[in-house]
Design a binder for this molecule. Structure first.
Ligand code: HEC
Length: 132
């Protein structure tokens, strides 16, 4: 009887562990797929090659770097150079924040939403692989 109980609780333990692992996997997938969904849904045909230096940097400087720079990193994020901006858009949820469609904090904080045109530029920058 005792042995049966320990066996069962061991099984229950691994079952619980397994469900945490699965939940974790789903959560991660969800995060990265929201990113790529925004980018892949964008129509980039009319957009020539988008680069950080020409297109994205001015957008960041107009709307984001006040709070996200190398000395003031709101939420640990800097958007004031190519490497950090690429990281925020490729690996974190920066696209999600400008789309303001839920699942992340809307950005820019305490300011008007970026124009559709500007958001599409950012989507297409990501879709084209975040060129410098
Ligand atoms: C007025 C200051 C301010 C501006 C301007 C601003 N941010 Fe933020 N940002 C914050 C603060 C504070 C946080 C952390 C708290 C929060 O999530 O609201 C944050 C968080 C974030 C996050 C993490 C959000 C999350 O849910 O994980 C991202 C990504 C981000 N900002 C991107 C941007 C982008 C892109 C812009 C420009 C379009 C921008 N921010 C403009 C202050 C700002």
């Amino acid at each position: 009887m005792n042995r049966l109980l320990t066996n069962n609780s061991k099984k229950l333990g691994s079952l619980i562990l397994l469900s945490f692992v699965i939940a974790g996997m789903i959560a991660c997938q969800k995060k990265s797929s929201t990113q790529t969904n925004h980018a892949s849904a964008a129509n980039c045909e009319s957009k020539a090659s988008i680069t950080y230096t020409v297109h994205v940097k001015p957008i960041m400087e107009a709307s984001c770097t006040n709070c996200h720079n190398n000395s003031r990193r709101a939420d640990g994020i800097s958007l004031s150079d190519f490497t950090n901006t690429k990281d925020a858009f490729m690996n974190h949820n920066a696209l999600c924040t400008v789309h303001q469609s839920g699942g992340c904090s809307p950005m820019p904080r305490m300011a008007a939403k970026l124009s559709d045109e500007t958001i599409t530029t950012l989507d297409c920058w990501v879709k084209q692989g975040c060129k410098e």
